[in-house]
Design a protein around this ligand. Structure first.
Ligand SMILES: [Zn+2]
Ligand SMILES: [Zn+2]
Length: 292
C-alpha cells in the first residue's frame, strides 16, 4: 500500500520553494498495534497494523531527516512504506540520515537509538546529530551513554552509534539538511513538555495533551498537520478525538493526519466519519509539503 499524494498547490513564492515528502513510518501508540493477548482489539486490516511512532522526511536531493527513533526504527528504515513481505531486496530502504528531530525521551520515541549505528556504517561513519529539547537530550544521553562517547572503546568500537546532540530553542529556526526547522512546546499532560516541529508547510505534533497558547502562532498557515490523537475517550497524557478536532478547528490546516493511535481507532470504522480534510494515517502513508 503505497500512496503518493500530489504536491501542495503552488503559492506566490513557488519559485523558491522546495518540494519535500513525509512518510509516516509508524502511527501506533506506545505498544504498537494490534496488541497481542487482547482478542477484542485484534484487527486483520493492514491499515490497523501500526508500528511505534515515527516519520521520515525526504528532500529533493536525497536528504533524509528522521522524526524520532522509536523501537521499530530498523523496520521503519528497511521498509518505510510497510510493503516489504520479507523476501527480495527492500528497494525503498532508507540508507542515509542527515539528522533526527526528537520529540521527547519516551521509550516509544527514543529506544531504537542503537539502530542508527547501521546508518552510520552506511554513510562511512558520518555522525548523526539528534536535535531536541535540552532536557530530553540530557535524558537520552544518560540512558544511552555509549552512543555519545566519542572516545575509543575496545568493547564497543565500531559496534555503537556515532551520535551528537544539539539542543534547540522554541521558536528559533535552526537548519537541518539545509532546511529551516522551528521547534515548539507542546504539553504532554503530567508527562511534561514535548517538542513539536514546524518544517515549511508541515507541522509534526505528537504526544500532546494540549498546545500552549504561545505555540499556536507557530502552527498557523499549515498545508499539513501530523497530529497525535490517541482514541475517542479522553486520556491523561494524550489528545483524544474531540480535543484534536477542536485544535484543527482553531488552526485550520489544509489537511490533518492523525498518528499515535491506539488499537481502538480502527481505520475503516473512522475514516468516513471525520470532517473534511481530517484523516487517520496508516504506516507507509506518503504526503508532500513545501519548505522555503
Ligand atoms: Zn508516544
Ligand atoms: Zn510520550
Amino acid at each position: 500500500m503505497r500512496v503518493q499524494d500530489g504536491q501542495p498547490s503552488a503559492g506566490p513564492h513557488a519559485a523558491i520553494m522546495q518540494h519535500w515528502r513525509i512518510i509516516i513510518t509508524g502511527c501506533g501508540t506506545s505498544h504498537g498495534s494490534p496488541p497481542w493477548g487482547w482478542r477484542h482489539l485484534w484487527s486483520e486490516d493492514p491499515r490497523d497494523h501500526r508500528r511505534r511512532s515515527g516519520a521520515v522526511l525526504l528532500g529533493p536531493a536525497g536528504e533524509v531527516i528522521l522524526l524520532d527513533m522509536g523501537p521499530d526504527l530498523m523496520h521503519q528504515l528497511r521498509d518505510p512504506y510497510a510493503t516489504w513481505r520479507g523476501y527480495g531486496y527492500p528497494e525503498d530502504c532508507i540508507t542515509r540520515c542527515d539528522g533526527v528531530l526528537l520529540t521527547h525521551d519516551h521509550a516509544d520515541h527514543s529506544h531504537g537509538i542503537n539502530e542508527l549505528r547501521h546508518v552510520n556504517r552506511l554513510q562511512d561513519g558520518r555522525p548523526i546529530t539528534i536535535y531536541g529539547h535540552r532536557q530530553h537530550l540530557d535524558l537520552i544521553t544518560q540512558m544511552f551513554p555509549y552512543c555519545f562517547d566519542a572516545a575509543p572503546d575496545e568493547v564497543y568500537r565500531s559496534y555503537k552509534p556515532a551520535l551528537t546532540t544539539c539542543p534547540v530553542t522554541d521558536g528559533t529556526p535552526f537548519t537541518v539538511a539545509g532546511v529551516p526547522v522551528v521547534a515548539c512546546a507542546l504539553w504532554h499532560g503530567p508527562a511534561g513538555r514535548v517538542n513539536g516541529y514546524r518544517i515549511g508547510s508541515l507541522a509534526y505534533c505528537s504526544d500532546a495533551k494540549s498546545v500552549p497558547e504561545a505555540t499556536l502562532p507557530l502552527l498557523e498557515g499549515l498545508d499539513l498537520l501530523v497530529l497525535g490523537m490517541l482514541r475517542e475517550q479522553p486520556h491523561e497524557t494524550h489528545m483524544h478525538l474531540a480535543a484534536a478536532l477542536d485544535l484543527v478547528d482553531r488552526l485550520r490546516p489544509q489537511r490533518t493526519v492523525f498518528v499515535h493511535m491506539g488499537p481502538e481507532m480502527r481505520w475503516a470504522q473512522w475514516q468516513g466519519r471525520l470532517p473534511a480534510g481530517v484523516e487517520l494515517a496508516f504506516d507507509g502513508l506518503e504526503m508532500g509539503f513545501t519548505v522555503p
